[in-house]
Structure formats: structure tokens, C-alpha cells
Design a protein. Structure first.
Length: 561
């Protein structure tokens, strides 16, 4: 018998009982009615509850209210049944309810002395309330309330359970009291348009309200918040209150936060070098951001991570893999690089990174999440390194939305594969042309590709000056500004499966395109003195090879006309 078949019958019985009860005056609540369940919100761990086969635990997320909720996990022949004995009055009607989330969730009661009832729901990704009701028999003084999941299904969560009706005399959870004012309010970060705040946890609070200059601006459940939409170079006063079902606390001591000045536009040199910095250890030299060679003008932090929200990304510093590199050190190094005139951006994608931007909602999620990372870590912009296809319409929409939030200082780079830039009809090329007015540079990857067509229709093998110049010509003559075209190469033979060329070949290709010298058999019809420069994967592989790539290519790029 499937869980659905059995449970639908139980549910139908519960509905029948509930309908019968609704026809009598016994279902009417009175002023003396209380929630007879104890520890109904699981704020005291599993006190008053018993879960089969140690299947239950309390967790801090997800919760509906308060600080914790029940998580119960079915395993094998155990359905994760959690029970509580509840004192009730004979010949009385009670409303049974609970909020559930996750896998198949059941709620019921036994020992009523009349008709035992239950209700259920299939898996749910958000909190859903289960409700039913029961009547006790003439000699019933206690019942057993239970929740359970289903065999082989995912864990389920429960919060805010209620057995509401006449006081059974067994005691109830104490009514909440208004929490105290939050302490420790401080400014944890600022930008030109935002101030980030943090404060200490308040016992008994289920949420917090943030005030700016006396006016409510946001409500959160955690102990931090970022207030956005502020004016640059302006001081604001902030206070926070704690809230729960009983009400709102008095306001905390005020703190002052001052936004920074509006950032100026990108101060990149005419000719720039881009390097990817690895947020992981794959055998290359492990670096802190501060270790990156000074020849790099744009440092692309690789990579942002996809989230379960379509289009949204986040960033998780691999502190363990990077030898204990902390988030605070990383943020400080970002600022130090920027103080030295560098741009630090977050890269989205990579060989294994899949982020789909294929509708307006995911485009909005992408823009908002990247902008949030820029505020949190101080990134100057974003690099698009998606190697699993790109939707030009919605990626363009996403980047324009990001630009509207970040302003003219936003840095946008791209790292398409060679195949992605063979024709202006390809999604990557279309995207680059769609956002040409806000695009910084496209650093095409001249590696891991094999032979490709050049702009003259001839086939060129990777690893030569001709391969670099004839393929760059497609972009240069296809609508991109020369200042938006860069040559992307591996820093060493370990940096890519194929396509490594010596720095001297990179420099010859740069000279051929910018000055008309150093060309191979392919000679462009004109020169492009505004050519942006070169990119490499990665600063780590470069360091592993003694910085041979950046020591040779960096000065050459910066010395172009």
C-alpha cells in the first residue's frame, strides 16, 4: 500500500470528523481555551517529546518562529514518529494544528476515547499548516499527539504545534514576554549606498526591526542587516528593536554609520592584464589575494557558486583549502589591491560552474546576488565565464540591471571559449554587443579548442601567432571596440590541457594587432593600437612557474602604444 493511499483515507476520516464537529456548538472556542501542548515550538530541545529510533533533533534552520524547530528523519523501517502525551478534559473538543515543511508530514492524535484523527501533506518546500480537530470521551484525561514522516522519504520539519481547547490541567508553555532591547549594535560595513549593521542575540526574540533616523526601514529574523538606498558621504543614525508574539522591545542605543563617497569610474590603464585567482587548491601555488603579482590590473576571483535560487550566485571563500585564509583577511586584501589601482571582480562559471540565466526572474536574481557580493566583499564587478551556453537576451538584461545598481564604476569582463566568438550570431558574441556601452573587455580563451577559423576563412591551429591574431580579428571586425578585446592564454602548460604558448608568442600577437609587427602568415588589414591587452589562467599557475608569464607579458602589455 502506498503512503498516499493510506493517508488519503486517514485524511478523509479527519475531514469527516472535522465537518461533524463544525455542526455542533462544541467546536466553539472559549476564553478559557489554551494550547495544552508543552514545548510546542521546540525551543527547549526535545523536552516533552519522544521520537522513535532517535530520529528527531532540533535545528536552527528552517524555523517558522523562534530559534529552533523539529527535524525528524525517516530511515529504513522507521517513519520518524515523534509523540507527546497531552492532558485534556473529558467530553471536550480540541483543535490540533502544526506547521510543517520538507518531506511527507503527518499530524494526528490517538487515545481520544472517540474517533482518533490525522491529516497529512506531501512534501513541501515552504511552511504549511496542518489542521484537524477531535473530541475526547467521557473518561479521557490525556491523549497522544504525534507527527511522523514516511518510509524512504526526506526529513520533515515541525514548528508551532497546538492542541487548542479547554485547559486539561497539565500546564502549558509560558506566555511570551516582551524581549529586552538588543545590545552590541555596531556598524559592520559601509558602501556609497549602504550601511551594514550587526548586534547581539536577544533571548526570546523571534525577529528584529531596524530604524534609520527614527523611521522603520526593515525587519529581519537574524542579528544583522544591510540598509540600502542611502546617499553617498552621508551620516545616518540607526537603532534596532527585538520582537516576538508579545510585542516589541524598546530601541537599542543608537549608532552612527556614514556612507562612503561615490566611487569614480574604472581607472584601468589603456592596456590591461587580467589574471584569474583560484579560490581553491588544485596543485598550483596557493595564494592569498595579496600574493598576486603586481602586473595584474584586473584580478578575477574564481569562482562564485550557484545557489538553489535560479540565477542567483554566492561566494564561499575556501579558507581550509587556502591555508586558513579568513574572510576578513580576504576583504582587507581586496581593499589593498584597489588602493594600489587594481580592480578585483568575482568570476561566475568556470569549467564546472553552471548558472542558468534564461528568464526575467533569474536575470533579476543574478543581478541582485552579484550586487550583494559587491557590497559584501568590495568587488568592482563581475566576470562571465559560463562554458555551458548563454542566453543573450536575459544575460544582457541581468548585466544591465546590475549596472543600474552599481553605477558607472562597474567592471564587466567575459571569458568565452573560441567557439563562442566565431560568429556574431552566437549567444556570447550577441551579449557582448548588446552591452557594448558598459562592457570592459572580452578575454577570449585561446586554449583547449583545437583548430578554428580565422576572420579570413582559413583554418588555424592553436599555439601560433596566426591563431591568436586571426581569431582576434573576428571580434575586432565584428563590432567590439579594440579596447574591449584581450587575448586569453594559459600561464603554463599545467594551466590548460592544450593551447599553451610561450610569453614571446603572446607578445608577438599583441604587437601584430596593435602595431602591425611580429605577425605570422596572417596580417590584419589594419592595426588596433587601442587593443586592451591579455589575460591568463591563472595567477596561481603563473606563480608556480616563477611568474614567468606576468613578468614577460605584463610589461609588454603596459608598453603598447
Amino acid at each position: 500500500m502506498s503512503p498516499q493511499t493510506r493517508s488519503i483515507r486517514l485524511w478523509a476520516g479527519a475531514v469527516t470528523a472535522a465537518l461533524a464537529l463544525s455542526l455542533t456548538s462544541a467546536g466553539q472556542a472559549s476564553a478559557a481555551d489554551v494550547n495544552n501542548a508543552k514545548n510546542a515550538g521546540f525551543e527547549s530541545g526535545l523536552s516533552n517529546w519522544t521520537c522513535s529510533a532517535s530520529s528527531g533533533a532540533t535545528v536552527s534552520s528552517p524555523v517558522r518562529t523562534g530559534a529552533t524547530a523539529l527535524k525528524a528523519t525517516p530511515a529504513g523501517q522507521d517513519n520518524a514518529r515523534c509523540t507527546q502525551t497531552v492532558a485534556v478534559k473529558p467530553n471536550s473538543t480540541y483543535a490540533l494544528s502544526a506547521w510543517v515543511q520538507g518531506g511527507y508530514s503527518y499530524l494526528g492524535v490517538t487515545g481520544t476515547g472517540t474517533t482518533d484523527v490525522s491529516t497529512w501533506t506531501p512534501d513541501s518546500t515552504s511552511w504549511k499548516q496542518l489542521t484537524t480537530s477531535f473530541t475526547t470521551g467521557a473518561s479521557t484525561t490525556s491523549v497522544t499527539v504525534y507527527t511522523h514522516g514516511w518510509y524512504g522519504q526526506a526529513a520533515y520539519y515541525v514548528d508551532d504545534l497546538s492542541v487548542y481547547g479547554p485547559d486539561g490541567g497539565g500546564g502549558t508553555d509560558p506566555a511570551p514576554t516582551i524581549p529586552g532591547a538588543p545590545a552590541g549594535l555596531s556598524v559592520s560595513g559601509t558602501s556609497s549606498t549602504s550601511v551594514s549593521l550587526a548586534w547581539n542575540t536577544v533571548s526570546g526574540a523571534t525577529g528584529y526591526t531596524v530604524y534609520r533616523d527614527g523611521a522603520k526601514v526593515t525587519a529581519v529574523t537574524g542579528t544583522s542587516a544591510t540598509v540600502t538606498g542611502l546617499a553617498a558621504s552621508t551620516s545616518y543614525s540607526f537603532q534596532v528593536t527585538a520582537t516576538n508574539a508579545a510585542g516589541e522591545s524598546v530601541k537599542s542605543t543608537a549608532v552612527t554609520g556614514r556612507t562612503t563617497a561615490t566611487p569614480v569610474g574604472p581607472a584601468l590603464p589603456k592596456h590591461a592584464v587580467t589574471g584569474y585567482w583560484q579560490n581553491f587548491n588544485n596543485g598550483a601555488t596557493v595564494q592569498k589575494l595579496s600574493d598576486v603579482q603586481s602586473q595584474y590590473d584586473i584580478i578575477a576571483v574564481a569562482f562564485a557558486d550557484a545557489t538553489t535560487t535560479p540565477g542567483a550566485v554566492t561566494f564561499n571563500l575556501d579558507s581550509a583549502g587556502l591555508g586558513g585564509y579568513t574572510v576578513d583577511q580576504f576583504k582587507a586584501d581586496v581593499q589593498a589591491k584597489q588602493a594600489a589601482g587594481k580592480k578585483v571582480i568575482v568570476s561566475v562559471g568556470g569549467q564546472n560552474g553552471t548558472v542558468s540565466i534564461n528568464d526575467s526572474a533569474s536575470a533579476t536574481n543574478f543581478a541582485n546576488s552579484v550586487y550583494s557580493l559587491m557590497q559584501t566583499y568590495g568587488f568592482d564587478g563581475v566576470d562571465i565565464d559560463l562554458e555551458n551556453g548563454i542566453n543573450a537576451t536575459y544575460m544582457s538584461q541581468a548585466l544591465r540591471s546590475l549596472s543600474s545598481q552599481a553605477g558607472s564604476s562597474l567592471v564587466i569582463t567575459m571569458a568565452p571559449q573560441t567557439i563562442d566568438m566565431q560568429s556574431t550570431s552566437n549567444g556570447y558574441f550577441q551579449t557582448a554587443l548588446n552591452i557594448k556601452d558598459i562592457l570592459t573587455v572580452v578575454n577570449m580563451q585561446y586554449y583547449n579548442s583545437g583548430s578554428m577559423l580565422g576572420c579570413d576563412g582559413k583554418v588555424y591551429s592553436q599555439g601560433s601567432v596566426d591563431f591568436l591574431t586571426a581569431l582576434a580579428c573576428i571580434q575586432l571586425e565584428g563590432g567590439l571596440s579594440p579596447s574591449q578585446v584581450g587575448l586569453g592564454l594559459p600561464a603554463s602548460t599545467s594551466g590548460a590541457g592544450s593551447g599553451y604558448v610561450s610569453p614571446s608568442v603572446v607578445n608577438s600577437a599583441l604587437d601584430c594587432l596593435a602595431k602591425g609587427t611580429g605577425c605570422g602568415s596572417f596580417k590584419p588589414s589594419r592595426t588596433y593600437p587601442d587593443l586592451r591587452g591579455a589575460m591568463t589562467w591563472s595567477t596561481n599557475w603563473d606563480a608556480a612557474a616563477g611568474n614567468a608569464w606576468s613578468n614577460a607579458v605584463g610589461p609588454h602589455v603596459h608598453g603598447l602604444p
